[in-house]
Design a protein around this ligand. Structure first.
Ligand code: M6R
Length: 601
């Protein structure tokens, strides 16, 4: 996820670009840059680091140009560095582009361009775009951009600046957002509404495969065939603060709703008919005696999920351990150990310390991180990334579900690399591809969850129960609830209730039960009935084909492979925690006593 701003008009472009980037920093903050154009000359200034680093460089310069493009980056290809920062320019410095999204076929385009003599200065996928434009450009940028769009696979929101038309900005979009606006003397665009809202409340949301041409005071929109189309104007009724949260009250709510998009981005280029993860091609599990999954908090729950899949598909010992325990436990680690570390931030102290320990013992290490070039990613032998974009709310939501999908794909890949047969693989892969859409449908169930959350209004405790894979999901559901609503929440194996916890169930106690795994659903339902007999208020989450007449509050997830049901359940439990916290008037984004990144032990 990155942030883009662009401006052309009668006034100075720079103030618009910077104010826009400030509002879009939530989309990325590992580097920033601008290109301005005037008198047939492009001036590009870009730097690694947060926007302040760029502002400091700009502070000593007088830049009066009337058109320009800007970018704030959240790296996905190529570490945060000056060279990888956007904008990217061609060799003759006549074209400049900013890009948000992922170009899936950039390697093959790069190879083709290299054969034509093009050289690349960055490690990014985006740089191919500017050279491709350069290759085809013969004076008609609209036609050139149209042609380039037809070659690009993946997602993009894209702005192009060209010295031949210093007052014109060309824009293209596919699967990454772009909004446009104008007044009598200028036209502008950005990745998101907050960057424009101080200038206009009437905006055009560019659609996939559309192109826009911005000139001072005019905007023209074209479809894929180059035909002019009538722009659809949308009126934004809210103010800047609400706009930064995309109209939601909190970042957590916004981030939950981003899940369909970021899951798609995380899987982009990773699933064809099988899993595409060349980083793992060399890993054959027969060369290892043990696989460890090591992480903290929510990332630990994602690791438990991977452990479950691994154990289903392979016969190698797989152990998942919280990093804070692993560090001090007597685990056998040596050069025949494969250690997988999972962390949104990639900076969690315990996870990092555990990784360093494993490296000292010559283990093979893989890091799954959401932050490109994080300490974890830098130290591990194989870094792998989720593409959740910056997560601002302390409670992890989109980072978790992107970890689930990436780890699911990874486990398939590791099993297949090592010659294990993955049962039902075609259905699993098919359903994995459907997950973004199914998560979208799950989010639509929020009204019913909001109703159920009222059950906890005057309760101090809640109990989550489930068996097998559902147990992983209850752990995460309980963590989310206690983290943001301060309701004491415990997660139990449903079969363990009788061995103690059932003593806690009383009139009105809230029990959230998961029964999505057909083989054990009936058993869990019996356990639920035992809690009802003691007065519990039960909320049951099941999958199609599983039902109990006796339970009043039930919600069904969409039909999906049972090993993927947890992703949909998680979304429901996120919503449940969210609405409970709202009901109790808690600060959802910044819960007490918690930090987003735990960099001390
Ligand atoms: O950045 P990490 O994924 O390493 O963070 C680990 C935990 O601190 C984190 O998942 C924490 O549990 C979340 N706040 C949960 O929502």
């Amino acid at each position: 996820m990155c942030g883009i701003t662009a401006y052309t008009g009668k006034g100075r472009a720079l103030p618009f670009l910077i104010q826009g980037l400030e509002k879009l920093e939530y989309r990325g903050y590992d580097s920033a840059g601008i290109t301005l154009v005037d008198n047939k000359e492009l001036v590009t200034i870009k730097t690694k680091g947060a926007l302040n680093a760029l502002k400091e460089q700009l502070s000593t310069l007088r830049l009066d140009q009337k058109a320009g493009i800007g970018h704030t980056r959240w790296a996905t290809h190529g570490i945060p560095s000056n060279l990888n920062s956007h904008p990217h320019t061609n060799a003759s410095n006549t074209l400049s582009i900013v890009h948000n999204g992922i170009i899936e076929n950039y390697q093959s385009i790069k190879e083709g361009l290299a054969m034509q003599g093009y050289t690349f200065v960055s490690q990014t996928d985006s740089e191919v775009i500017v050279h491709l434009l350069d290759y085809y450009y013969q004076g008609d940028m609209k036609a050139t951009l149209q042609k380039v769009m037809s070659y690009l696979e993946g997602s993009y929101a894209l702005c192009v600046l060209n010295v031949d038309e210093p007052e014109t900005i060309y824009v293209a979009k596919k699967e990454s957002p772009m909004v446009l606006g104008m007044d009598e003397s200028s036209a502008f665009c950005a990745s998101d509404i907050p960057a424009l809202i101080s200038y206009t409340k009437d905006m055009i949301s560019l659609e996939d495969h559309q192109m826009a041409v911005l000139r001072p005071g005019t905007i023209e929109i074209f479809d894929q065939q180059g035909q002019k189309v009538e722009p659809k104007i949308i009126h934004i009724p809210y103010d800047l603060e609400a706009a930064q949260k995309n109209g939601y009250d909190t970042f957590m709510e916004k981030e939950m709703h981003e899940q369909p998009y970021v899951i798609k981005e995380t899987l982009r280029g990773r699933i064809e008919n099988s899993i595409v993860m060349p980083e793992l091609d060399s890993i054959d599990l027969h060369e290892y005696d043990h696989v460890y999954l090591i992480a903290c908090g929510t990332a630990y729950h994602a690791s438990l999920y991977a452990q479950y899949l691994g154990r289903e598909w392979m016969d190698i010992p797989i152990t998942c351990v919280p990093a804070s325990e692993f560090r001090y436990g007597n685990y056998i680690v040596n050069d025949r150990s494969l250690c997988i570390f999972v962390s949104q931030s990639g900076e969690t102290a315990d996870t990092l310390a555990a990784l360093k320990m494993c490296l000292e013992k010559n283990a093979m290490t893989i890091a799954v991180s959401n932050v490109l070039d994080s300490s974890l990613a830098r130290l591990a032998h194989i870094p792998m990334y989720t593409c959740a974009g910056p997560e601002i709310a302390v409670a992890s939501t989109k980072a978790y579900t992107t970890q689930l999908v990436l780890l699911a794909a990874m486990m398939v890949k590791l099993a297949q690399n090592s010659g294990y047969e993955v049962k039902d693989i075609d259905q699993f892969i098919y359903d994995l591809k459907q997950i973004p859409n199914l998560v979208k449908k799950t989010l639509e169930k929020k009204e019913i969850i909001e109703q159920y959350a009222k059950l906890l209004k005057d309760q101090r405790d809640a109990y989550f129960i489930g068996r097998q894979l559902d147990y992983v999901n209850v752990l995460e559901g309980a963590l989310k609830l206690k983290e943001i609503s301060y309701v004491h929440a415990d997660a139990y194996y449903a079969g363990e209730l009788k061995h103690g916890p059932i003593a806690l169930i009383d009139q009105g106690t809230v029990v959230i039960a998961l029964a999505t795994q057909k083989e054990v659903a009936a058993k869990t339902i019996s356990n639920i009935e035992e809690t009802i007999a003691r007065g519990a208020n039960v909320i049951l989450i099941t999958a199609p084909g599983i039902h109990s007449e006796k339970i009043e509050r039930q919600i069904k997830i969409e039909a999906v492979h049972p090993y993927l049901s947890g992703i949909l359940v998680t979304v429901l439990l996120q919503l449940f925690a969210f609405y409970t916290a709202k009901e109790k008037d808690c600060n959802v984004d910044q819960p007490r006593n918690l930090a987003k990144s735990v960099t001390v032990e």
